[in-house]
Every structure is written in structure tokens, then in C-alpha cells.
Design a protein around this ligand. Structure first.
Ligand SMILES: O=C(O)CCC(=O)C(=O)O
Ligand SMILES: [Fe+2]
Length: 374
């Protein structure tokens, strides 16, 4: 198998260093017509998609994610639906959500503007490039292009959603309907998130904290938290067996609502095997993030997942990430701790996440693992 291109690429007759070309992202490289995966994207053999090594090897084609019917959660048989939700969160921390009620045109528009954004000339896209993790608008490539030893085969556009009046004028102005489409989609996913969070709290036996009359800080923080829309673009890859769209990770926040197009790529790690999350028409994928695993004192799982890339098809996904407010302390709910179920995680916050992400320990252990007591 071939192992990457030479160290330079032709640019208008001149040689530009490969390193600066790579910083411009995968879409740019593909537009330059590369036919091999550059060395920087080649993952060590044990981490590659079809590696036969250890626990992250064979895929399990027969396993399917649970399906949660959002309409049933709102209907007369809510308690049964809550029970299915509880099983899904305990066993997988991932489920497909059907009958979610987001209008078709809202979904179609967000997919269209996302594709449209990545079709723009690089000069236009690059106006939004930033490597500042706190910037409210961030176009970039890989996971953390300043620091990644090996790059992943994805470009992204990250749009913070609050405060809306401040951030909206900063969102890209082209394609022309991008702002409206993201606004509509973010409002719809925020509503879904709130409904799902109430249901999840109920499924944890914490219905009381969601009632208006007893509203306390615990639930207010769930409602007032941050929302980040992440548009992921995974261009078709000439050598998909050598690289990854996203390496194994868990999501940092409370809950992620993910819209994937019809191209498969997402896999979850379940009982030591990789399981593909099949794109299901008109559905959304929902997963528990690290905050919720910690809040539930480990009852609900923030599962490791990764993304594979495709030899002939480009893939788009849009993640709506919901987290506690930036300055909040994340901790197990006191109501879920007792003698039989002692506290399993230390307190944490966003600043410790950022510190951890840039530490050398983060290469050996996930952030969530680093927060576990014992
Ligand atoms: O593209 C996907 O299917 C998943 C994306 C993802 O895991 C993320 O944005 O955290
Ligand atoms: Fe993720």
C-alpha cells in the first residue's frame, strides 16, 4: 500500500510547503486533486479502520442502536417511552430519534447551506479560520490543527449560538441563507434538547427538579447552558483505510443531537467492537456526553465513537452540542449518590477541560477517564 505523497505540492508553479497546505484543510487538498493520502493523515496501524488489533477491531454488523420515538415521549404512554429511553441511555448512551418534529424544510436547508459553505472558494471559507478554541466562529480542519500529530480527514465550521444577538452577525454571510438556516435549526434542536433533558432527568428519577415551582440551580443550568453547532465535512478520500474522519472520542457536553446525511461513517464502540450507526431517513442521532455521565454518577454512558471516511462520497454531519454554561461546575447529582452508589467522579469545569486537552496526559487517557475517582 502506498504511504503518502511527497513533501511538496505544486501551487501555481511554485512549491509551497506541505505543512502550510495541510493547514488549509482536506477540502482544499482534494480540490488540488491529490490521489494519495498525505503522510500527516496516515494513522498508526492499530488505529486504522480495519485494524485487526485488540478491542477496537472487528465491526459488529448485526447490532442496531435503540430507536426512541419522540412523539411517544410527548404522548399518553410517556412512562413506557421513558423506560425505553432509560434502557437506551444505560446500555448505549446513543439512540436514533424518530418523529422528532423538526420540519423537513429546516433539515433540508441546514444540509444545503452546509454543503454550500464547503463548496465556496477557499479564500471565502478561510475568512472564518481561527485556531482559538474560544472563538464563536471557527472554520478549521482535523480536531486541533495546532497540536494534532496525525490529522483527521475532516474540515469543520463551528458556530456558537449564544448570546445570539452577539454571535449571529459573526456567522458566515455566504451562502446567503446560512444564517437563517442555522438559526432555525439551532432553535429546533435547542427545543428538542430541552424536551429530551426533561425526559432524561425523569428517567433518572429526578422529575422533581424539572418542575417550575421547585426550579433550582441544577435544572436552570441545564436550560441556560451553551449550544454549539458543528458542521463536519468529510470529503471523499482516495485511501480511506489509512485514515479517520474523527478519531475515537466521547463528546464533552451534556447531550449531542446529530444530523447525518445518507452516507454512513459514524461508528460507536460497543462491547469492544465498532458498530456502524446506519443513517436512518428522517431521524437524528442523540448521544449522552461526558457532563451527563458525570451528572448521572455513571448511570448513563458517554460512549466512545469515531468516524470513517468514504472512497467515493463526501459526507456531511451537523452536531448540535449542548453543554452546561462555561463557568459551571459539573458534578454528580447529590440525589444520585448514596451508600450503595458512592460518588464516582470529581468536580470539573470547562477550564479544566481546556487545560487537560492541551496536556500530554490527554494522549494517554480521555478527559472523562481523568475525572474518575479511584
Ligand atoms: O460525523 C459524525 O457522524 C459524528 C461527529 C462527531 O462525533 C462530533 O462532531 O463530535
Ligand atoms: Fe462526537
Amino acid at each position: 500500500m502506498s504511504a503518502g505523497t511527497s513533501l511538496a505540492v505544486e501551487t501555481n508553479g511554485e512549491n509551497e510547503s506541505m505543512e502550510s497546505e495541510l493547514q488549509k484543510g482536506v477540502k482544499h487538498l482534494c480540490e488540488r486533486g491529490i490521489t494519495k493520502v498525505p503522510t500527516k493523515y496516515i494513522w498508526p496501524i492499530p488505529d486504522r479502520p480495519n485494524s485487526g488489533n485488540g478491542n477496537s477491531s472487528a465491526s459488529n454488523p448485526n447490532l442496531k442502536l435503540p430507536i426512541i420515538d419522540f412523539a411517544k415521549l410527548q404522548g399518553s404512554n410517556r412512562s413506557q417511552a421513558i423506560n425505553s429511553l432509560k434502557n437506551a441511555c444505560e446500555k448505549f448512551g446513543f439512540f436514533q430519534l424518530v418523529n422528532h418534529d423538526i420540519p423537513k424544510d429546516v433539515i433540508e436547508s441546514i444540509i444545503d447551506v452546509s454543503k454550500g459553505f464547503f463548496e465556496l472558494p477557499f479564500e471565502e471559507r478561510s475568512k472564518y479560520m481561527s485556531t482559538d478554541m474560544r472563538s464563536p466562529v471557527r472554520y478549521g480542519t482535523s480536531s486541533n490543527q495546532n497540536k494534532d500529530d496525525v490529522f483527521c480527514w475532516r474540515d469543520f465550521l463551528k458556530l456558537s449560538c449564544q448570546p445570539l444577538s452577539d454571535v449571529l452577525p459573526l456567522w458566515p454571510s455566504s451562502p446567503v441563507d446560512l444564517r437563517q438556516a442555522v438559526l432555525d435549526y439551532s432553535k429546533n434542536t435547542k427545543f428538542l434538547y430541552l424536551m429530551l433533558t426533561e425526559a432524561i432527568l425523569e428517567s433518572l428519577g429526578l422529575k422533581d427538579i424539572t418542575k417550575k415551582e421547585n426550579e433550582n440551580d441544577e435544572f436552570r443550568e441545564f436550560k441556560d447552558g451553551s449550544q454549539l453547532i458543528v458542521v463536519n465535512c468529510y470529503p471523499a478520500c482516495p485511501e480511506p483505510d489509512l485514515t479517520l474522519g474523527l478519531p475515537p472520542h466521547s463528546d464533552y457536553g451534556l447531550l449531542t443531537v446529530l444530523l447525518q446525511d445518507e452516507v454512513q461513517g459514524l461508528q460507536i464502540q460497543y462491547e469492544g467492537r465498532w458498530v456502524t450507526v446506519e443513517p436512518l431517513p428522517d431521524s437524528l442521532v442523540v448521544n449522552i456526553g461526558d457532563h451527563l455521565e458525570i451528572f448521572s454518577n455513571g448511570k448513563y454512558r458517554s460512549l466512545i465513537h469515531r468516524v470513517l471516511v468514504n472512497p467515493s462520497k463526501s459526507r456531511i454531519s451537523i452536531a448540535s452540542l449542548h453543554s452546561l454554561p462555561f463557568n459551571s461546575v459539573v458534578q454528580p447529582s447529590p440525589k444520585l449518590i448514596n451508600e450503595d452508589n458512592p460518588r464516582r467522579y470529581m468536580d470539573t469545569d470547562f477550564a479544566s477541560f481546556l487545560d487537560y486537552s492541551s496536556s500530554s496526559e490527554s494522549k494517554r487517557k480521555s478527559f472523562l477517564e481523568s475525572r474518575k475517582l479511584t
